[in-house]
Structures are given as structure tokens and as C-alpha cells.
Ligand binder design. Structure first.
Ligand SMILES: Nc1ncnc2c1ncn2[C@@H]1O[C@H](COP(=O)(O)OP(=O)(O)O)[C@@H](O)[C@H]1O
Ligand SMILES: [Mg+2]
Length: 280
């Protein structure tokens, strides 16, 4: 059994705005295993960003407990929380410019968090080049950020977020400003980092089709978790106007369905089975 990377128990977060109190997280119970790739969906105002910000150490929980990689975030003071944010987690914003400094070259952007943390020049360079290689940007190491496309900039932002080798990457609608093809590329890279490097990724998305590319989808409503949809057994699936239905790869693999399948209307709905089971 792998250890839990994230563990929230009865997590409550109340935002205070003057005399107004908004309960953004309403006693949330949620956990993630190391190496899991999980997406969070839910309506605007459901508490998705608040959850990510609490897990990132950007906001203190109001009550309940939050543990990330063995660090208890409910008890620690603000300064330790800031250190935790700088060293233990990576954060990817929808507005990737928040991860980037436009007047620095590409490699210098990736090296910056390490420079600030006192990592030596050789290690900074090696780590930066390895990350740029992993996302296909190595040949742009000396390019100017402003000359790159949105997708390239988000991939660079990924390198910056991962520079300090965090075990947990939190991404708040990272592909919200990107087209579908580019977005799928980002998810494929994230998936690769989970599979190869054991990175744990929690990503907020509005896009149900993108969510099905992760191991598990959790749905928030009014600061509570309403469903946990296992990628292999149950999924929320988008149906395009042309009739295209995209099922999670994991679910297809688990069901033994390859490139062709046959669908049959039943009293309950539509049954999709591997070809062989119909031939029998
Ligand atoms: N800094 C804040 N001050 C006051 N209320 C906030 C603050 N941040 C979020 N909220 C409120 O908390 C609730 C959850 O917000 P948020 O986590 O941003 O939701 P989501 O990301 O799912 O859209 C909303 O009602 C929102 O208005
Ligand atoms: Mg949000």
C-alpha cells in the first residue's frame, strides 16, 4: 500500500470579508495516494480554488486537518507555511504568467526558484535542462518568454513549478486559456510525470473530457465532495454534438476494449463490451 500524499479530514475553510463569512470548504474529506493524477470538477464557487490554495499553503485552514506528505498544515505558522509553499509543492496557475518572468530567458526562469533556494549553479543548470527536455522545450532554453506560444509558456510554467522537485503539483485550470489540442498535450505531460517520476497531481478543470484523462475525478459542490468517480469503474463522460463519446483510457483497458467495440441499446441504457463477448 502506498502512503497517502494528501489527507484532508473534516476540512473547513471560512473566508472572512469584513463582517461577512463565506464557508468555502464545508467539512471536506479527501485523500490522494502518492503518484495519483486526480481532477477536481464543480461549478464556479464550489470551493475548488480554495482547496488548492489550502493544500498549497497559500491559505490557512479554519478547522479540520490537512496533511500533505506527512506535513500537518493545520498547525503550522505563516512563515513555515510560506517555506512549505516554496519547497514542498508546485503550483500551476491558469494565468501561466504568474509562474514566469518575461524579461528572463527560458532557462533562467526555471533556475530562479532554485537560485532563490540556494541551489548551486551546476545543479540548477542540470535540473533546468532536464525539465525543459522533458516538456520538449530544450531547444528554446535561451528564447525569450514573450516569443513563445501559450502552450509553450504553460509547459515552461510546469518546469518552473517542478524546479524544486515537489512531490505534489497543484494546477488550477492550467489549460483554461489553451485550445483542446494544446490542453491534451499538457495532460499527457502531466500523466507522464505521474507515471515516470511518481509526481502526485491535483488539477482543477471545467472540461469533463480532460478530466477523464486523469485517474480519478472528484466533484465539489458547496465546499463538499459529492462524488469520487474512479477512472476504471465510473466516469462522467461528455457527449459531443456529433455523437462522439470519450471514455477514460483506464476504463477501456480494464474492460478489455481495444480499438473497436460494439454498443448495444439495453433497457438500462447503452452497453459497451469487448467484441468477443458479443460473438459468444
Ligand atoms: N478571498 C476570498 N474572500 C472571500 N470569499 C472568497 C475568497 N475566495 C473565495 N471566496 C468564496 O468562497 C467560495 C469558493 O470559492 P472558490 O474556491 O474560488 O471556488 P471555485 O474555484 O470552485 O470557483 C465562493 O463563494 C467564493 O466567493
Ligand atoms: Mg477557481
Amino acid at each position: 500500500m502506498t502512503a497517502a500524499m494528501v489527507e484532508c479530514v473534516d476540512l473547513i475553510k471560512i473566508h472572512k470579508q469584513g463582517s461577512l463569512e463565506v464557508v468555502a470548504l464545508h467539512g471536506l474529506n479527501f485523500s490522494m495516494e502518492e503518484g495519483e493524477f486526480v481532477s477536481v470538477v464543480g461549478a464556479s464557487g464550489a470551493g475548488k480554488s480554495t482547496l488548492l490554495r489550502v493544500l498549497a499553503g497559500l491559505e490557512q485552514p479554519s478547522a479540520g486537518s490537512v496533511t500533505v506528505d506527512g506535513v500537518d498544515l493545520s498547525g503550522i505558522d505563516r512563515r513555515d507555511l510560506t517555506n512549505y509553499y516554496r519547497r514542498n509543492v508546485g503550483f500551476l496557475w491558469q494565468d501561466f504568467h504568474r509562474n514566469l518572468l518575461p524579461y528572463l530567458k527560458v532557462r533562467a526562469n526555471v533556475e530562479l526558484p532554485m537560485l532563490l533556494a540556494g541551489v548551486g549553479a551546476r545543479r540548477r543548470k542540470a535540473r533546468a535542462l532536464a525539465l525543459l527536455e522533458a516538456v520538449g522545450l530544450r531547444n528554446l532554453a535561451f528564447a525569450k518568454v514573450g516569443t513563445m506560444s501559450g502552450g509553450e509558456q504553460q509547459r515552461l510554467a510546469m518546469c518552473v513549478a517542478l524546479a524544486m522537485q515537489p512531490k505534489l503539483l497543484l494546477a488550477d485550470e492550467p489549460t483554461g486559456e489553451l485550445d483542446t489540442h494544446t490542453s491534451i498535450g499538457i495532460y499527457t505531460l502531466l500523466r507522464g510525470m505521474c507515471d515516470r517520476e511518481g509526481l502526485t497531481v491535483l488539477v482543477v478543470t471545467h472540461d469533463v473530457a480532460l478530466a477523464t484523462r486523469t485517474d480519478r475525478v472528484v466533484r465539489l459542490a458547496d465546499g463538499r465532495l459529492i462524488t469520487t468517480e474512479g477512472g476504471a469503474n465510473e466516469a462522467v463522460v461528455q457527449v459531443s454534438p456529433d455523437g462522439t463519446v470519450q471514455l477514460p483510457r483506464e476504463m477501456l483497458r480494464a474492460a478489455g476494449i481495444g480499438t473497436t467495440t460494439r454498443a448495444r441499446r439495453t433497457d438500462d441504457g447503452i452497453l459497451i463490451r469487448p467484441m468477443d463477448s458479443y460473438d459468444a
